[in-house]
Write a protein that binds this ligand. Structure first.
Ligand code: HC1
Ligand code: SF4
Length: 575
């Protein structure tokens, strides 16, 4: 430990830490923009400049280590003017369209411009901007808009550190520099898996989901259309953050009330088809056990992971479960079984999903995800888009009276809920598979599979035989997993893989947590705890106990992996 002074206050600091770290621990505000601990620590924006008494130039707090008796000033006229100037220079590069920006409420850049009272002719001129502009939304998933980019580099580093894929880079040079897919590719040809980690790292709206709100607004006004919405397991655990609730608040009832207030006709729960997925996928696994493979069988519900496999591990395509994701199973049921029940032509149903994930937008567009010329899911909105829509409709979310789910496709067990957290799909599958195979009541909880370790492994005895399973999440860990599996010739029977670290609760479409909070908060655990808490309070916690799923088999699907199930609920993959 060493002694330093910050703004005249004596502070004990650690000898190898930065000024920023010491200051933030002590609650001293230092503005910061390009810094993202553990992800991007280059110190290129100079917004965190501080004065060190006795030294000539201001220093970036994020890169300068403390030293014994260092006397630091974080806020005097010199520092204030310097930070203001740096922000003003950055503002010259930025196209201010705050009125329709996805980050209108939580732009880290705008927040600083306000804090420092930055004013110049550019911040006044909406829509007028002649800086070089790279704009692409051709992927249909993600928008890259260089006119809002301040070249902080956080996205480039996030892609590198979370996925190991290095999709984004600085293109061109000098004043022409822009960030986009490396080597000037389009995103859809770049090897991007659409995990959205880069969006979550962006402090502005330069990287954002492709916004599909308008499409839904138009459909809501079409008298010939029935709007049926499904909500993914993890949305109820995160949506509240957009309305000021602490991270880790369950807002299921208000979420349903908000959807109703938006005017949708029917709401179903993706948790229901998560339960259905377990019956289909569990049965597929049991068939593979009987036929001796191919092993390992991989889960197929995370489209970021499916993209990864198709692009980077295509030899393992036969190992992937043939089950569609719960999103797509729900879409298929809505447009067939449910359309019949409601006596509706599927062409007049708009099937909407609320997902924590941008890759779901691409999944819904895959060619075999529909029939007779229509798609099973027509519009995918991220958690963030739903929140924006609620705000733009002036719905007072906090005052909403919570409502219960309604409709037969909305009942779920605890197993369907925990799909949204890493390890949840495997745990849900084992709850059913062990019980079906053993023919007696088996344990509910498989706690070894929970938590944030990148790769979790466990062996369970089923009918006297060891079953080896693993749970992997995040692009970087997926790469390590394959390397180690092949190098050590490891044998697994069943592996859950998710494209995002933490699983869907930390998906690329979830509310964005500013870097300075993200670094200091275990958001993955707080959000996952909501799902495990719901699970622990359910009467039924195993998917096969879902009576509505049982009815669906009796009335419509016949049995898991039946001919009709295969037609509607299973898919193939492309090399
Ligand atoms: Fe997920 Fe899934 S859990 S993929 O993580 O299997 O996106 O939440 O909806 O489809 O059910 C996401 C979440 C989600 C699917 C389910
Ligand atoms: Fe990289 Fe994921 Fe962003 Fe694609 S979506 S550029 S893989 S971080």
């Amino acid at each position: 430990d060493i002694q330093i002074k910050i703004n005249g206050r004596d502070i004990v600091a650690k000898s190898n830490e930065t000024i920023l770290k010491a200051a933030e621990r002590e609650g001293v505000f230092i503005p910061r923009l390009c810094y993202f601990e553990g992800v991007h620590e280059e110190g290129n924006c100079r917004v965190c400049s501080v004065k060190i008494n006795g030294q000539k130039n201001l220093k970036p707090a994020c890169k300068t280590l403390v030293a014994e008796n260092m006397d630091i000033i974080t806020d005097d006229v010199d520092v204030y003017e310097s930070v203001s100037m740096n922000l003003e220079l950055l503002s010259h590069k930025h196209h201010f369209e705050c009125f329709n920006c996805s980050r209108e409420d939580n732009c880290e850049f705008l927040d600083l411009l306000r804090t420092y009272n930055i004013e110049n002719e550019l911040t006044h001129l909406y829509g007028k901007h002649d800086a070089p502009r790279y704009f692409s939304d051709s992927s249909g998933v993600m928008t890259i808009d260089s006119s809002k980019c301040i070249l902080c580099g956080r996205c480039v580093s996030a892609c590198e550190s979370f996925t190991g894929l290095n999709i984004l880079n600085y293109n061109q040079r000098g004043s022409e520099t822009y960030i986009g897919p490396a080597l000037f590719h389009n995103l859809e040809d770049s090897g991007c898996i659409y995990c959205g980690k880069c969006i979550q790292a962006c402090p502005t709206g330069a990287l954002r989901e492709k916004d599909d709100i308008k499409q839904l607004e138009l459909e809501l006004r079409n008298p010939n259309k029935t709007i049926i919405v499904q909500v993914a397991p993890s949305i109820r655990a995160t949506l509240g953050e957009e309305f000021g609730y602490p991270i880790g608040t369950n807002v299921e009832g208000k979420m349903l009330a908000a959807l109703r207030a938006l005017g949708v006709d029917q709401i179903m729960d993706t948790n229901f088809t998560a339960d259905l997925t377990i019956l289909e996928e569990g049965t597929e696994f049991i068939e593979r056990l009987n036929q001796n493979g191919p092993f390992p069988m991989f889960t197929s519900c995370s489209p970021g992971w499916v993209n990864y496999l198709e692009l980077y591990q295509p030899n393992y395509i036969p190992n992937l479960s043939s089950c569609k994701s719960p999103q797509q199973m729900a879409g298929a049921l809505i447009k067939t079984y449910y359309a019949d029940k409601l006596k509706l032509d599927p062409k007049n149903i708009v099937s909407v999903s609320i997902m924590p994930c941008i890759a779901k937008k691409a999944e819904a567009k895959r060619p075999d995800m529909g029939r007779d010329g229509y798609q099973d899911v027509d519009i995918v909105l991220t958690t963030r888009e739903l929140a924006r829509m609620i705000k733009r409709h002036k719905i007072n979310f906090r005052e909403l009276e919570p409502i219960q789910a309604f409709g037969e496709l909305s009942s779920y067990t605890g197993a369907g809920t925990i799909f949204g957290a890493t390890g949840g799909v495997m745990e849900a599958a084992l709850r059913t598979v062990t019980e079906v195979l053993e023919g007696k009541t088996t344990p509910i909880e498989f706690k070894e599979l929970r938590g944030n370790a990148d790769i979790k492994e466990a062996t369970y005895m089923i009918l006297g035989k060891p079953i080896h399973v693993a749970v992997v999440h995040g692009g970087k860990a997926i790469q390590t997993f394959f390397e180690e599996m092949e190098k050590n010739n490891k044998k697994y029977h069943f592996v859950e893989i998710m494209g995002c670290t933490g699983g869907c609760i930390n998906g690329g479409g979830q509310p964005i947590v500013p870097a300075h909070i993200y670094e200091k908060t275990d958001i993955r655990s707080l959000r996952a705890a909501v799902l495990y808490d719901i699970d622990s309070h359910q009467t039924f916690r195993k998917s096969h106990q879902n009576t509505f799923v049982q009815d669906l088999y009796t009335q419509f699907l016949e049995k898991p992996n039946s001919h009709r199930s295969h037609e509607l609920l299973h898919t193939t993959y492309k090399k």
